[in-house]
Write a protein that binds this ligand. Structure first.
Ligand code: ZN
Length: 244
């Protein structure tokens, strides 16, 4: 029974290592997905701002062309009234062009700062891709290393199970599930003089009669009255108890 308990713990330990590697990989993949999503959004934003800046620059250029055209007209006009009207039109257009140029400049500045942010984020994505690859390698390694060991230990555990009577095995399996792999608990000697013993699983005291029966009938199962775990005695305690 004790042998089975140890093998069961080994099986669980190996599985935990495999599961931990898989969990890490899943978490890193999720993080990568979030970063990629952010990068995609920023790419879209950058394109929009670039397009807006482009439109504003085109507007400024076309205002420039109009102004040039009006100036050409001013050189050919015959009277003062027409000249003043054209002059007014030119100054209005100039003011508008100035505004558009300021806006275009502001957008270009936004483009530059967005490009920097985009670069930083892209570097983070690249870094995260590496982390995910590393986590994948770890999962593979855990499967390779643990896999063989796990098969081996599982086979040994299954053999150990066959050696137990069916009812004892059923108890063991039930308690393994209830206590998360800890079906057995060692008897702890609190005080030899006062004959005080406790359960190593739940730390509650055990009547000395149970310890006696463990000594007298080692093939019978003895349970902790509190948590129900199967009690066992470490070899050292067994020999020192036998002497007393
Ligand atoms: Zn207990």
């Amino acid at each position: 029974m004790y042998q089975l308990f140890l093998l069961e713990q080994q099986v669980r330990g190996l599985r935990t290592r495999q599961d931990a590697a898989t969990r890490r990989l899943t978490a890193q993949k999720t993080k990568l997905g979030q970063l990629e999503q952010q990068l995609q959004e920023m790419t879209g934003q950058l394109k929009q701002v670039q397009a807006k800046a482009g439109t504003l620059e085109t507007e400024a250029k076309s205002a420039d062309a109009k102004i040039q055209h009006l100036r050409d007209q001013m050189n050919t006009v015959k009277n003062n009234r027409e000249y003043s009207a054209l002059l007014l039109e030119v100054s209005t257009l100039k003011a508008e062009k100035g505004k558009v140029e300021d806006q275009a400049l502001a957008e270009m500045e936004r483009v530059e700062s967005l490009k920097k942010e985009h670069e930083t984020l892209a570097a983070k994505v690249a870094e995260q891709v590496k982390i995910v690859h590393g986590a994948e390698t770890e999962v593979e390694a855990a499967k390779r290393e643990v896999g063989d060991q796990l098969d081996e230990v599982t086979a040994k555990r299954d053999d150990a199970q066959k050696e137990l009577p069916a009812d004892s095995l059923a108890q063991f399996r039930r308690l393994t599930v209830v206590h998360d792999g800890e079906a057995l608990a060692a008897v702890v000697e609190e005080s030899r003089r006062h004959m005080e013993y406790s359960c190593g699983g739940c730390y509650m005291s055990i009547p000395v009669e149970r310890v006696n029966s463990l000594m007298m009938k080692p093939n019978d199962l003895s349970f902790c009255p509190n948590c129900g775990r199967i009690l066992f005695m470490e070899p050292e305690l067994k020999s020192s108890f036998a002497k007393s």
